[in-house]
Structures are given as structure tokens and as C-alpha cells.
Design a protein around this ligand. Structure first.
Ligand SMILES: [Zn+2]
Length: 632
């Protein structure tokens, strides 16, 4: 295929040759950009873990337990020998619950041991007082990845997906002692229960609205809606003293709870929880069960094969012991010189951001002042933390446990730790991501940005790249994360991360109009694998737009700036080859626009795109000036 002109398609112009020769690994849904770096990190850390295990030379106690867990997961022989037994031992407990009374009597244990429950309770930071914790209540997840798959018009996809899921469940239940009829009826019951859940819980689009998650209700009211659950007693058992109010993330679910969970549906619930519990256990059981248990999600993402046992062991351990491994990774692979360089870049970008806010033409001086205060207080977390959170001191277990037992133990320790924190101050020093993750994030509840060591590599960043290239790569990512402080969600939180309006009425209205324009720019855009939902992806697009705006501002003042290098590297970081199934799944659940669109849409909003490449009305990547969107 001929390479398109850059003026018609920046993404393909830059990436086509690569896309033609790139091969998606059989155990992954994508390759390119972020995914390639992640594969490299995985390869390095697997090598390191193997070396630690072989030599016995392990840098610290946290990693000693991580290594022990790694070896247990890698021990295919032991996992195969135990088969499904460890998971049955746990989840049979659900089947043995004789009635609602028995359920209530065991509820604390069911919560702390991570059983599948008809509601989810957790301790999190209080959005309106982020120095404190609160109890958060949400509904359970659905079998299909989003509630929109249950809507009218989606019957074909729904039935196909439920069919795949049932096939997986049947394969797993065949390993139990249940009769063939029981197996079939368990699956039918689970699907029936799930259909009710799907009517009540939020869609991905609804979850993308953070302030809508904050619905404080009195404990008395919540308890009355949760009947027949003895909710107040559960709170007393979990926290000693029941809190006076609960934050309900999903009020529609709570209001409809009695339709879902009642004496009549109790058997449906048990079968749903049992089947879901077994499926979620599979990854630490025999290889055959691991294959079965992952088959549904692999099919949804078009992944050809499961990861080999070594990679699987690494992936499992790196999720649990994420901070100790991230610190190890950062210390070994990330230079102090790079850290200092990127921190300076962040400070420069924040300073430029302030100037842009000061000069912006739609805000009043009052709102500008608050926005600048928020910029001044952003906490920068760069590379990796000095030490892991205290929970890792608790992540200990005796020798000789199976992979499944270790996981159960660690999850229990984690749950107990979270629940014990309700009346303690919230720890604002926590990092949102570990050092070995190829990603970056902004936390609106903490007003902090986090850049793990693993993303500070080419093509995002390199001391060897030009300043223009780095600005189009990591610079735009840094600007993106800062802009999350002022996206449709972030804008509603103040400099301390509290959900609080700091805007004048008029300014917020103008901001709302700009948000709408951004939704419109992406909404309904047709790709070969489906249509974009502009509302679902709006916060990320506002962030991309702000990231590009602030880095182009720096480029304008940069001696020797090369805009061609800037835009080319911008297109390069979004380079991604993915399975069609995965791309279509992302359109339903991902708050980010497809990588192709991220690369190609934002440049059209900026003058430099037109001046650098002489883009005119005749070119495909032209947008009339009145349709260009600029917010920050
Ligand atoms: Zn983002």
C-alpha cells in the first residue's frame, strides 16, 4: 500500500511501514508504542527474578516473598496435581449457605475473603474530604464487559458473548462433582442473575463521570435498601463502630437491590457467585483450567494464546508485589540524570501552563487565580517511590503454600488492611502506579501526577532525542496528565483533591460548552471496527488537547524548535497494531479514544499543524478554523 501524504493521514504516514511488518505476540492483543515497552520491561524483570531465585541473592524481604510466590505460580506440576480442588474448597462454602440467615452470619468472612457478593463494599478516600476515608458501596460487575452489550439492538453480540462465557463455565464445571444437569442449571441461573445485575449497574460511560459517584446516604437508609442483608451488623463487625454515612457510587443499583437479591433469588445468587468464583480462581489452578478460565477474555480481545507459565507467574506476582518490583526496576534501569531532566521538564510545563491560564480568553480573573493555585500545588511523583507502602511488610506467608493459597492469603491481608483504615487519615504519599508500569496518571483526589520510570524511555523520552521529539512524546504526556486536573472531571476538584466548585457560574458554563465541542469532535467517528462514543472519551481528549497546547507553546519559544519532529514523534508514540476484537471492545469500555484518532485528531486543532506541513482545505487532515477546539 502506498504511504499516504502526511497532510492526509499523519498516523499512517509516520507508522505505515512499521504497521505492515509488526507482528502481534500470540499472548497479547496489541503491539507497538506502549505495548512494546511493556514487553521489554517484562523480559527484563523475568530475567531478574530468575536470577534472584537461582542465586538466592535477593535484595530485600519483599522481593524474597515475591520470588517465593513467583516460583509457586511457575510450578506447573504442583498446580496440575491439585487441579480444581483448592478453588472448590473455597467456593463450596457458598453452595453450603442454607438460607439468608446463614448468608448474614457468614457475611463478614465472605467480604474479607473476597467471595463473589451481590454488592461490593470498600474503604476509599472521601472525595469531599480527601484527608479522610469513607465506606464506598457499588454494585457487582456484569459477565459481559459493559452493560451496553445487554441493550436492545445488541442481541447478536450479547448472545455470542454469553455463548462463549457459557462454554468456558461448562468446561470448568465439568471438573467438579456436580451432575450434568446441575452444571447446566448453575450456568442458566448465573446468566439469569447477571441479566438482573446488568439492568441496575452503571455502564462504562456512566462510570466515567467521577462526581456522579459521590452520593452520601445515611447508613440507616442504605441498610433499609439493602434488606435482607444485615448491613449495620456487617459494618459493626468490619469497623467496630458503624459509620454514620455511606458513599453510594451506584444509586440506581442500590434502589433496585431488592429486585436482585431476595429470598426468591437466593439460589440464583449462589450459583452465580459459585460459577464466577471458580472462573476467577482458574489462573492459579491447573494449566488446563488456566487455559479455560482465560478463554472468554482472550476471545473478547482476539488473543490467540495464554502467556506461558513463566510470563504468567511474573504477571501475577508483579500485580501483587507491584511497588517492591517497581522500585527494584527503577533503581536498576532508570538513571538519575534522566530523572532530573524530566522533573525539570515537568516544572517547565507547569510554569508554561500557568502563563497560558493567565492569558486565556474565556475565564474570569477569579477562576484563573484558583486554577493557578491548583497548578502550583500539583505533587510530582517521578520514577518510583523511595520505599514501598507499609502493606508490603504484611505480605508474608509460610513456605510450602500453593500458588492459590498464597494468593488467597495475600488478598485477605490486603482486604483487612483496607478495612482497618476507615478511621485513619488518608495516605497522600501513595503512588498511583508502580515504577515498572509503562503509563502515567493524574489522581484528581490527590492532585498529583505520577510518571513511572518505565515510561521514561524512547520514543516517549530519551536524552539522545531532540528536545522537539521529547516534547512531542513525554512532554505531551506530561501536559496530558496535568490537563486532567482541568478535564470535565478534574475541573470539579480543588487543589486538595476535594470535590468542590471553585469556578464562577459563568466560567463553568463556558467550560461546559467547550467540553461539548470536544465531545462533538469525536462522537460518532466511524472506524472499520465501530463508532466512537464522544462522551465516554471526553476527559482523555480534553487532556490530549491540553497536553498538545502547552507543549506547542513551549515549542514556540524554543530555540531550534522543529515542529516536524514534534508531530512525527507524537504520531509515533500512538503507534499500535491490535486485534480487531480488542479494538471493538475498547470502543465500549475504554475512556481513551482509539490510538489512531488520538494521533490524528488533536493536531488539527492547532495552527502549527497547518503551518508546518502546509495543510489546506484540500487535505484530509484539515479542519475549518471555526470547528477547531481549544480549551487550555
Ligand atoms: Zn489520561
Amino acid at each position: 500500500m502506498d504511504k499516504p501524504r502526511i497532510q492526509d493521514d499523519l498516523y499512517y504516514h509516520v507508522n505505515q511501514e512499521w504497521l505492515e511488518q509488526a507482528v502481534i505476540p500470540e499472548d497479547k492483543p496489541t503491539t507497538g508504542g506502549f505495548a512494546d515497552l511493556a514487553v521489554e520491561v517484562e523480559k527484563n524483570l523475568i530475567g531478574d527474578l530468575n536470577e534472584m531465585v537461582a542465586s538466592g541473592n535477593i535484595p530485600n524481604d519483599h522481593l524474597r516473598y515475591a520470588c517465593r510466590f513467583y516460583e509457586a505460580v511457575k510450578d506447573v506440576k504442583a498446580r496440575n496435581k491439585a487441579g480444581i480442588r483448592p478453588a472448590l474448597k473455597k467456593h463450596n462454602k457458598i453452595l453450603k449457605l442454607a438460607n439468608m440467615n446463614a448468608f448474614n452470619r457468614n457475611l463478614k468472612e465472605l467480604v474479607l475473603s473476597n467471595y463473589v457478593l451481590p454488592f461490593s463494599i470498600d474503604v476509599d478516600c472521601d472525595m469531599k474530604d480527601t484527608n479522610k476515608h469513607c465506606v464506598m458501596l457499588t454494585g457487582p460487575s456484569t459477565i459481559l464487559p459493559d452493560t451496553t452489550y445487554y441493550q436492545q439492538g445488541k442481541e447478536q453480540t450479547h448472545d455470542m458473548m454469553i455463548g462463549l462465557w457459557s462454554q468456558m463455565a461448562a468446561g470448568i464445571l465439568a471438573k467438579t462433582r456436580l451432575s450434568a444437569e446441575e452444571q447446566a442449571s448453575f450456568i442458566q441461573d448465573a446468566i439469569k442473575f447477571d441479566a438482573i445485575v446488568a439492568k441496575l449497574v452503571k455502564s462504562s460511560e456512566e462510570w466515567a463521570d467521577y462526581p456522579a459517584m459521590y452520593n452520601p446516604m445515611t447508613t440507616r437508609r442504605v441498610a433499609s435498601l439493602l434488606k435482607p442483608i444485615k448491613f449495620r451488623r456487617l459494618l459493626q463487625q468490619l469497623f467496630g463502630q458503624a459509620p454514620e454515612r455511606i458513599i453510594v457510587a451506584d444509586p440506581r443499583f442500590l434502589k433496585g437491590f431488592s429486585v436482585l437479591f431476595n429470598e426468591e433469588n437466593f439460589e440464583l445468587y449462589k450459583h452465580w457467585a459459585f460459577v464466577k468464583g471458580l472462573i476467577s480462581s482458574c489462573s492459579l489452578l491447573s494449566e488446563q483450567l488456566r487455559d479455560l478460565g482465560g478463554s472468554f477474555s482472550r476471545a473478547l480481545s482476539g488473543i490467540a494464546a495464554m502467556p506461558n507459565p513463566e510470563k504468567h507467574a511474573y504477571q501475577t506476582v508483579s500485580r501483587i508485589y507491584s511497588e517492591p518490583l517497581g522500585i527494584f526496576y527503577g533503581r536498576k534501569y532508570f538513571g538519575e540524570e534522566a530523572k532530573a531532566d524530566v522533573v525539570a521538564m515537568v516544572k517547565d510545563i507547569i510554569a508554561t501552563y500557568k502563563v497560558r491560564v493567565q492569558n486565556n480568553d474565556f475565564l474570569s480573573p477569579e477562576t484563573k487565580e484558583k486554577a493557578i493555585l491548583k497548578l502550583s500545588t500539583i505533587d510530582i511523583k517521578m520514577g518510583y517511590p523511595d520505599k514501598p507502602r507499609p502493606i508490603y511488610d504484611k505480605f508474608v506467608f509460610e513456605e510450602g503454600l500453593s500458588a492459590y493459597e498464597i494468593m488467597q492469603k495475600l488478598l485477605r491481608i490486603d482486604a483487612e488492611d483496607r478495612f482497618s483504615k476507615l478511621y485513619e487519615p488518608f495516605d497522600r504519599t501513595q503512588w498511583g502506579m508502580p515504577g515498572h508500569m509503562v503509563n502515567a496518571c493524574y489522581n484528581p483526589f490527590n492532585n498529583d501526577i505520577c510518571f513511572p520510570a518505565a515510561i521514561l524511555q524512547a520514543p516517549f523520552y530519551s536524552i539522545k532525542q531532540t528536545k522537539s521529539q521529547n516534547l512531542g512524546g513525554i512532554g505531551a504526556v506530561i501536559g496530558h496528565e496535568i490537563s486532567h486536573a482541568f478535564d470535565n472531571n478534574g475541573a470539579q476538584f480543588d487543589e486538595m483533591g476535594n470535590l468542590k466548585n471553585w469556578w464562577t457560574k459563568e466560567d463553568f458554563k463556558k467550560f461546559g460548552q467547550k467540553t461539548k465541542a470536544m465531545i462533538k469532535e469525536f462522537d460518532g467517528y466511524e472506524l472499520p471496527w465501530g463508532k466512537v462514543n464522544g462522551t465516554l472519551v471526553v476527559s482523555e481528549n480534553i487532556a490530549d488537547n491540553g497536553g498538545m497546547a502547552v507543549t506547542l507553546e513551549i515549542m514556540r519559544n524554543l530555540k531550534g524548535a522543529n515542529f516536524e519532529e514534534y508531530f512525527t514523534n507524537w504520531a509515533k508514540v500512538w503507534c499500535m497494531k491490535a486485534k480487531p476484537e480488542y479494538l471493538s471492545l475498547l470502543l465500549s469500555v475504554d475512556v481513551h479514544a482509539p490510538a489512531y484518532l488520538r494521533a490524528n485528531m488533536q493536531p488539527r486543532n492547532f495552527d502549527e499543524w497547518y503551518s508546518t506541513f502546509g495543510v489546506t482545505k484540500k487535505d484530509k487532515m484539515y479542519l475549518a478554523p471555526n470547528r477547531r477546539v481549544g480549551i487550555w
